[in-house]
Design a protein around this ligand. Structure first.
Ligand code: CP
Length: 308
């Protein structure tokens, strides 16, 4: 089966194809009759071992709009709590003849492990610090719709890059599509080797923002830090918090993005997040449903007897 485990290694045409496919679902979702029955009869199982609002709900909405029977595994009330392993859980879902699985897990690589054990396409809804491919696609679609292109744009991905699967998927997607990607943040929160991924590294926020067409802020992920945030939340905001004054450093028509959930007043000020012109944050959520419909459709084509 074809899975969607990450954006690393995808060809530009594969990413562009998924974005192009998503466009029809943006149109459908903006109408009143938001239904297309092409996944009728298929069972989509969502298993989120880590909290989510946007990704879980948009995958559920996406599957239902395409006509699938969507089942959400309630992990907190499941036998995972009795110690059942990830693999045994996956084998159990597989035995119920899921046609597609959507998995989120707090461990990098956990979704790959499941993909190896089941007989259906698996979509990664975020695994640890590794990848969040549908987020990378929805961000690319948002940028492409707002800016008309991706190639040649300067995109600054800012903040807690170290713990961010969103950053990794975006770096892969945006460099593959020809953008100039900068990662910007405190040295303690920048991973080693971003240059190998084709990105430039900045520890000075103002320098990283200079002339950027897109400013993508990331959530400070305290749950993935062993101890206290270094620098502290207050220092972080002073050095790397996106304010109206700071955003003036970027291009005059710079787009402000954030995958959510936001720590308002830490990595981004409310005045910027809610800016009606610059902010694309709610549009990102809207694009999330369309992109997930495209991915569910494309990945289940083989199963539906359609040439993929
Ligand atoms: N952006 C994102 O993945 O949000 P959730 O954690 O709410 O799904």
């Amino acid at each position: 089966h074809r899975h969607l485990l990450g954006l690393a290694g995808l060809h530009p045409w594969e990413i562009t194809y998924l974005l192009d496919e998503a466009e029809q679902w943006v149109t459908l979702n903006r109408g009143t009759a938001k239904h297309d029955g092409r996944l009728a009869g298929l069972t989509q199982m969502n298993a989120f071992f880590e909290a989510s609002t946007r990704t879980l709900l948009s995958f559920e909405v996406a599957g239902k709009r395409l006509g699938a029977d969507v089942v959400n595994m309630a992990v907190a009330q499941s036998s995972v709590k009795k110690g059942e392993t990830l693999i045994d859980t996956a084998i159990t879902l597989n035995a119920m003849r899921a046609d597609v699985m959507v998995i989120r897990h707090d461990r990098s690589g956990a979704v790959h492990l499941i993909a190896d054990k089941v007989n259906c396409p698996v979509l990664n809804a975020g695994d640890g610090r590794h990848e969040h491919p549908t987020q990378g696609l929805l961000d690319a679609l948002t940028i492409r719709r707002r800016k008309g292109r991706i190639e040649g744009l300067v995109v600054a991905i800012c903040g807690d890059v170290l713990h961010s699967r969103v950053a990794r998927s975006n770096i892969h997607a945006l460099t593959t599509l020809g953008a100039e990607v900068r990662v910007v943040g405190p040295p303690t929160l920048l991973p080693a080797g971003v240059e190998r991924m084709g990105a430039q590294r900045f520890t000075d926020f103002d320098a990283g923002l200079d002339g950027a067409d897109v400013v993508m802020m990331l959530r400070v992920q305290r749950e993935r830090m062993d101890g206290a945030l270094v620098p502290s939340a207050r220092e972080f905001h002073a050095l790397y918090g996106l304010t109206h004054k700071r955003v003036e450093r970027a291009a005059p028509d710079a787009l402000v993005m954030h995958p959510g959930p936001m720590n308002r007043g830490v990595e981004i000020d409310s005045a910027v997040a809610d800016d009606p012109v610059r902010s694309a944050i709610t549009e990102q959520v809207e694009m999330g449903v369309a992109v997930r419909m495209a991915c569910l459709d494309v990945l289940t084509r083989e199963r539906r007897g359609i040439a993929a």
